[in-house]
Design a protein around this ligand. Sequence first.
Ligand code: FDA
Length: 583
Amino acid sequence: TVPTVETDVLIVGSGPAGASAALALSTYGVPNVMVTRYSRLADTPRAHITNQRTMEVLRDLGVEEDVIAQATPQHLMGNTVFCTALAGEELGRLRSWGNEPLVQAAHELASPTRMCDMPQHLMEPVLVNAAIARGSRLRFGTEYLSHEQDADGVTATVRDRLRGDTYTIRAKYLIGADGGRSKVAEDAGLPMGGQMGVAGSINIVFDADLTKYVAHRPATLYWVLAPGATVGGIGAGLVRCVRTWNEWLIVWGYDVDAGPPDLTEEYALSVVRKLIGDDEIPVTIKSSSAWTVNEMYAETYSSGRVFCAGDACHRHPPSNGLGSNTSIQDSYNLAWKLKLVLDGTASPSLLDTYSDERAPVGKQVVTRANQSIGETAPVFEALGGLSPQTPEQLWRNIAARKDATTEAEEQRARLREAIAFKAYEFNAHGVDLNQRYTSAAIVPDGTEDPGFARDPELHFQPSTRPGAKLPHAWLSAGTRNPSTLDLGGNGRFTLITGIGGEPWTEAARILGKEFGLEIATAVIGPGQEYEDPYGDWARLREIGDSGALLVRPDNHVAFRRQDATGDVTAALRDALRQILGRG
Ligand code: FDA
């Protein structure tokens, strides 16, 4: 039978992974069709923390400003509060999401972007609208059913949920961005490690003006240590701000073995009342849904012409706010590779590097997020609140910290420490940015892996060693002040050098023609197109003036040389052969 629809890349799912895949592919001029099961995008806030790396990706894809316009800004995100209820006692706060002064400086130094809070029901339209404007074809109400692969492509069978009929879509490649219950990943037989359904959780979305309890300590997350808060869930009760300060999402656990409670409005309201602690506040429940905490990751992200991205590959709780970030970054890694393979510039072997680079990140993210749940326990322990007890006992234990006794002083110290330790969940700058890739699309330069001087989960350490993300430094170009990251991206390779690096720019010109590859060049130095007015770049680049960095379209360094000695054209040619799999 003749397929009804033909395209280069078929994307299943319009969540953060699918929408950003469509956006990147359309930006790079790759024809694509995105199908999604429902006749709408996400209708609940879901993922929200948007980290600097994601903002860099969105900056490159030209939608950073659209996100900033709608997101809650960083300075209103970061007072993570621990309390007995919003109207109850406060147990302590943690400056988080880059709002601790030293971490704030690290954020400023690390990236031209700022993190923000962009709920998923606002993020998806930004990504999808831009994708469609650039050529993506979106089919709502279209459910993926199955696929078959052959030597030239993939034929997927889908169902039109409005008409009720099925038809086929023929594509050269298929991206399964169909979320945590991915049928594409299952059909492709991706090997999965870990476990689903580790704990039970409930999301309750509601409207309530909580200004009087939160505006003086603005935060994205208010953690509530109340009776029952350690059952299932994500470590404690959570009141999350969706829109300042009148739309909210509560996360509350349930015993996964007993199954979810009946999610009546009455039940939802009782949980909301418990966590707010003020029954006078008018509340409108908007929705409630049950979900499970998962700890599962794919060992490989592809099988032949089928690639999975996002929750299809990594399923984990919202702790550390990594869900949609990792999903968007997966697609960004994959899109330029598909483009170069589809236009014949690279061998299909380049696509193997997607899994080699992203699977370790996914596994790390799943592990980190689950570990963070366990690391809330010491906060409860400090209050003597983990063992089963009556609510009265818990309140007495919590009150005991106010006593003028040695035990109470020790308890106060334990509580302070336990809250400060939560920086691994709420201020883990290294988890967000320290992704260093090893794959055939990265050419080692013979230097030793410098490792990390400080805790790699908490602190970002920039490096230009091949595999690392290009470090950010503010440059000047006439009246413009671009970031080094703005020199790269745009779907093309970029060669960065300095004074004396002319052999490199010449080599890039010759080899660009030879390989049919767009290689932008950027010379940084006095009197050059880009200047380094603060000397920041000179401090970060780890190469001499005449050295070179070849940066991939995703702004990861693929090749590095200290200077321009030797046959630079031959060296760059060998590197490109390796990266593009054209050996
Ligand atoms: P995502 O699940 O977003 O998207 C999957 C897409 O595939 C959807 O468009 C879906 O309709 C489509 N699809 C699925 N099967 C299909 C099929 N057979 N055919 C066609 N289309 C199909 N994270 C967080 O950090 N904080 C939070 O509070 C929450 N809360 C939350 C609530 C709920 C209800 C969910 C489902 C998820 C969360 N998350 C979350 C997780 C977060 O939403 C998640 O990490 C990202 O959305 C992952 O993005 P993906 O694009 O990979 O999948």
